[in-house]
Design a protein around this ligand. Sequence first.
Ligand code: F6P
Length: 322
Amino acid sequence: MKTIAVLTSGGDAPGMNACLRAVVRTALHNGLQIHGVMRGYEGLMDAEFIPLDAKAVSNIIHRGGTILKTARSKRFLTEEGQILAAKQLEKHKIEGLVVIGGDGTFKGADELQKKTKVKIMGCPGTIDNDLVGTDFAIGYDTAINTVVDAVDKIRDTAESHERLFFVEVMGRDAGLIALRSGIGAGAEAILIPETPTHIDDLIKRLERGRKNKSSKIVIVSEHESAGGAFVVAEKVKKQLPYYDTRVTILGHIQRGGNPSCMDRVNASRMGFAAVEALVGGRTGEMVGIIDKQICYTPFANAVKHREGLDLHLLRMMEILSL
Ligand code: F6P
């Protein structure tokens, strides 16, 4: 193997740059040439390659976002797009590829792998953490700390005004951001897509703890079953009109910012391991860290994330927050 490439794809996540830095420097250490692919799979189909050296990735370990840019490519979902991407890799004599991204990135990598002999390894980069094969995806730790920081601030004003706040967080169809940040922020309730939202149960919960608390925070994961923070707030308000309620949607603030130390270290370890795996002949797998150990999961298994949520944490949170 002489030349490899690296791309970032899907939603950006804090720590992607740290991973990129590790990939580039490990490749150079192994005597490989390395190209960055701009804009994820879009740039791969258009052969937007840029040569990378050690300097190109200096001073980026602490920066959020991705210096290679990213995209959610519709074109790459098609068979023609995947064949074109495979042809570009072969035309440019690229023998190994590292993809950094989430669910969609690995579904794409799995399809691409079927159409090329080029070896492909992945590093999990998604704030949603919705992948099988790693305890923490790159970006998740930073995102939950961003949420906890925001909710702490909301708690100050909620407490002063004795209000009930509904705070909507990201996670697409996975409740992991909501669950962990909700526990960390001491939320009174957490609504996630993995379990149905029953408004009557929520109301009972809020009422049960009313005497103990002057403020209340409900963390609402996007795509939970009742319709999102505004709809839930409306339904609750109808039955509990004496609550002064407010809604905050945290939105893309959760995707930005300097990566936490944990994200930087995990990203460095996974980027390093991905290149060593390519050099060692591995392909078709996502690198992850489980119980502090590097491990490898085939792309097709990495995306089966529904199995991943620890519902015991939800039960624990319900007991602790009253
Ligand atoms: O996958 C990361 C994520 O931030 C999800 O939590 C969210 O649902 C989605 O991306 C938003 O994507 P976009 O920025 O493309 O609207």
